[in-house]
Design a protein around this ligand. Sequence first.
Ligand SMILES: Nc1ncnc2c1ncn2[C@@H]1O[C@H](COP(=O)(O)OP(=O)(O)OP(=O)(O)O)[C@@H](O)[C@H]1O
Ligand SMILES: [Mg+2]
Length: 251
Amino acid sequence: MSEAQRKVLCAIEISKTYVSGTRRINVLDGLDISIWSGESVAICGPSGVGKSTLLHLLGGLDRPDKGRVILDGFDISELSDVDLARVRNKIVGFVFQSHNLLQEFSALENTMMPLLIAREDVASSRERAKDVLAKVGLGKRLNHRPSELSGGEAARVAIARALVTRPKVLLADEPTGNLDARTGQEVQDLLAEMHREYGLAVVIVTHNERLAAGCARVLELENGRLKTASDYYNEGDRVECLRDIQKRLAE
Ligand SMILES: Nc1ncnc2c1ncn2[C@@H]1O[C@H](COP(=O)(O)OP(=O)(O)OP(=O)(O)O)[C@@H](O)[C@H]1O
Ligand SMILES: [Mg+2]
């Protein structure tokens, strides 16, 4: 694999400032990050430090004021909004902090949504969504609306919806945020299983130390930049891990 292929996502010196009335909030300030194919990364940091902002920029849901975001080889600053939406739909699965499930649609319809947006046909979208909902343990909740699901079940639907397009990278914002310890653990186990099974890169924003410790790299957002909180990888491990993933993908 070439260097470019191995990096599924990368941000180079990105900055983001919000202006609120006369106040300017410099949330991100020249931040760099590279996400490698198949790896798992946790991003931690106190509330309000800019974690969701960063995840939105990495997923192409918003654009940085300065710097570049390269999504699977595409520089998003060079894409029109329509092309960016297309690339995003193909490459990224997003689990939002508040799940953002559509209340008027069932679990199955919510999960099908990214495929329907990508104009795939309804019958095959339904089958794929059913498969992935079965994988996350919700095969018996297909027709429940979000208001008829528990918090843990809603988190699972959000994960299923993020995975249904078979993305290369899953960006999850506090996926265990509002869950009790046991349900949080179940969602963590599910994410780990999906990470192994699909061989996709996973970036998780979390306050949950156990969830962070389950990731190969833990980064901390501070003063608009990331620093390494722990890094279990060395280059040898990384190469071995990638080889293993390639082998599994070829099976
Ligand atoms: N659209 C916006 N307009 C103005 N300020 C914003 C906007 N979105 C976020 N902010 C501010 O930017 C900062 C970072 O917000 P962000 O949501 O990224 O934090 P976070 O690290 O995800 O926090 P939490 O852990 O509570 O989810 C906060 O101070 C927030 O008030
Ligand atoms: Mg947040």
